[in-house]
Write a protein that binds this ligand. Structure first.
Ligand SMILES: NC(=[NH2+])NCCC[C@H](N)C(=O)O
Length: 406
């Protein structure tokens, strides 16, 4: 299959997700901060909410579209001995402080299912007296890598809690047939640097945005930029954002909803100036140019006007409240067809003011699951429930890794 993403909003054809499993029930209040969760979450409801979200995707996706569960891909991959060895060796090396070498033989003896269980839950019956923390953030598949045109940028997480996920992703790219064609175009970042998929937004084939955030280091951004420019991207917009929990990635404060509309958290995007630098390549070096604002940069480089829709509406308190619950983190199923958490009512009202038809997830599924959804000329904002999911501090975009958009 040809993996390719040339826009944040072109119709979704295939996507990688992870419906939360037992790993989220292994997070206890003492561990939650270290594991990057803001609360403990109730697995059953979280799973229901996630599956209901996927029903919306299915109704909107073309008939030949595919939703891949990352655990299915990993299980297939781990059936190959060389993929398991590749993974185990990386794991032992990257998590050296865990002394995994002491159970090396046991790890190699695990079958695909057991290895997966050990990696995700941090324990399996086949290995006694050895546990790791679980990996509850696997739910946020967005952050593991980003397909940009026909290359794939492999993340290098800033936080220890997410290292295992990036090794899983690397193993998939190296060993799963789904990635067979794209793997030669893998862009890698050094272990000392960091970049996470939530900071990478593909505005178009030529323009990519990268957040300079708590999770993406300056050198990570530069290495990624070099790789992307080599792969044919013309401009990278480096967007400086506050380094704090609530805005850990660029996509927590800014996402695209259509070809010319974005949802923006006003205090950190619309009201900021001189926080964007455009990078391009000229005769083998990288040239930088300061841009007055993100809006001006996009308008200039993409030759069209952009409307920034306020996350949370026009009241400051609502802007902050809804940014915190991922109001600015929408996921586009097609240009102008987006999904976001139902609780962000002021953001939805704002979308309505901009001509979006509001539908809840059940209305949308009812309307379109039995017939082909034709997204052309439509503007629909679909709300879905995510009261448990939301406690992990991520929204619809964070929970999806699109690998093909048409
Ligand atoms: N693309 C995103 N905004 N991802 C959100 C990730 C949330 C996750 N708990 C973390 O802190 O890493």
């Amino acid at each position: 299959m040809d993996l390719s993403v040339t826009s944040e909003t072109a119709q979704l054809k295939s996507v990688i997700v992870h419906t939360p499993g037992t790993e989220v029930s292994l997070v206890n209040p003492e561990l939650k901060d270290e594991l990057l969760f803001d609360d403990i979450i109730f697995e059953e409801d979280a799973r229901r909410e996630h599956l209901d979200m996927l029903n919306v995707f299915k109704a909107a996706m073309p008939e030949d579209g595919t939703i891949y569960e990352i655990t299915d891909l990993l299980r297939e991959c781990f059936k190959q001995d060389n993929a398991r060895s590749f993974f185990i060796e990386k794991l032992i090396g990257r998590l050296s402080e865990q002394n995994l070498h002491t159970i090396e033989d046991e790890l190699f003896a695990l079958d695909a299912d057991e290895l997966l269980r050990f990696v995700i839950n941090g324990a399996t019956d086949s290995i006694q007296n050895f546990t790791l923390h679980p990996t509850p953030n696997l739910l946020f598949t967005r952050d593991l890598a980003a397909v940009v045109n026909d290359s794939i940028l492999l993340s290098q997480p800033a936080r220890k809690a997410r290292i295992r996920e990036s090794i899983l992703m690397e193993t998939l790219i190296q060993h799963h047939p789904l990635f067979a064609d794209i793997k030669k175009n893998t862009i890698r970042i050094d272990e000392q640097e960091s970049i996470e998929g939530g900071d990478v937004l593909v505005a178009s084939e030529k323009v990519v945005l990268i957040g300079m955030s708590a999770r993406t280091s300056f050198s990570g951004l530069m290495t990624a930029t070099e790789g992307l420019l080599e792969q044919g991207v013309e401009h990278v917009l480096a967007v400086d954002i506050p380094k704090k929990r609530s805005s850990m990635h660029l996509d927590t404060i800014f996402t695209f909803s259509s070809e010319h509309e974005c949802i923006a958290f006003p205090p950190d995007i619309t009201q900021r100036q001189n926080n964007v630098v455009a990078l391009r390549s000229q005769n083998g070096s990288i040239i930088t140019e300061s841009m007055p604002s993100l809006k001006k940069a996009l308008t200039e480089l993409m030759n069209r006007d952009f409307t920034f829709i306020n996350c949370g509406g026009d009241q400051r308190t609502n802007q902050f409240r809804e940014q915190w619950t991922d109001g600015a983190n929408v996921f586009a199923l097609a240009p102008g067809v987006i999904v976001g958490y139902e609780r962000n009512t002021n953001t939805f009202r704002e979308l309505k003011n901009h001509g979006y038809q509001l539908m809840d997830q059940y209305e949308f599924v009812e309307e379109y699951s039995d017939r082909n959804f034709d997204p052309s000329d439509k503007k629909i904002a679909i709300s879905f429930r995510g009261h448990e999911l939301c406690r992990g501090r991520g929204g619809a975009r964070c929970m999806t890794m699109p690998i093909t958009r048409t």
